[in-house]
Design a protein around this ligand. Structure first.
Ligand SMILES: Cc1cc2nc3c(=O)[nH]c(=O)nc-3n(C[C@H](O)[C@H](O)[C@H](O)COP(=O)(O)O)c2cc1C
Length: 211
């Protein structure tokens, strides 16, 4: 079948005007809960887009690990490509796509590092082998071969420590929200799009935009 014939109708739901008075964070939580209940793997995965110093955008998937008043928390290597982008430009975009319920959520915001203590606490809660994986990887750096990586992993493993310290260059960021758009697919491409923008007084301004 040609790609041009690959199309579907979106029939799963709709966003009435009453949703415009919702708190977008609570609405996000309700949508996320609905999606997680479907039992999809990686339901907290989102595409994080950053922009480098020279203005070039880049995207990759990361996992949402916590939702707080200040924003969404995710973890990564601070010296990775994304970490380097963020260090010169904290403006990012997050994109969740949940095809099973025909929804998309777009978030514009800024990221900041969480505290070292919080990163260490989360790091110590991770499975030991994931901790080793983080220790073994200078994320986004070139490596000659897979074997070199495995050797590094195994040498850390053979140190037989039961308590690995959180690497200095590994930790969390929180993404504070400035704008959130909820998209619900509708029949005939007449989709619903509700946008929430934060105002100077921390209240939300909401409006509908055309599909
Ligand atoms: C399902 C999934 C979940 C991922 N979760 C994370 C994550 O939470 N943190 C992370 O640093 N990378 C995660 N990755 C890997 C990133 O997509 C990416 O390859 C890596 O962070 C390096 O990106 P960068 O070179 O742009 O910094 C995940 C990838 C996938 C496909």
């Amino acid at each position: 079948m040609s790609l041009q014939d690959d199309r579907k109708e979106y029939l799963n739901g709709e966003l009435g005007d009453e949703s415009l008075s919702a708190n977008p964070i609570e609405m996000f939580l309700a949508w996320l809960e609905e999606y997680r209940l479907l039992g999809n793997s990686d339901s907290t995965a989102f595409a994080l887009s950053t922009v480098s110093k020279d203005g070039t955008p880049d995207s990759r998937i990361v996992l949402l690990k916590e939702i707080r008043d200040e924003g969404f928390v995710f973890y990564t290597n601070y010296n990775s490509k994304k970490g380097r982008d963020i260090s010169t430009n904290p403006n990012v975009h997050a994109l969740f796509f949940w095809p099973e319920i025909e929804r998309q959520i777009r978030i514009k915001g800024k990221v900041k590092k969480i505290s070292r203590i919080e990163s260490e606490k989360y790091f110590s809660s991770r499975p030991k082998l994931s901790q080793l994986g983080a220790l073994s990887s200078n994320q986004s750096e070139k490596i000659k071969s897979r074997i070199d990586l495995e050797l590094k992993f195994n040498s850390f493993k053979s140190e037989s420590s039961n308590d690995y310290n959180c690497p200095d260059d590994w930790g969390g960021y929180y993404l504070s929200f400035e704008k959130i758009e909820f998209w619900q697919g509708r029949r005939n491409r007449m989709h619903d799009r509700l946008v929430f923008e934060i105002k100077w007084n921390s209240e939300w301004n909401s409006f509908r935009v055309q599909p």
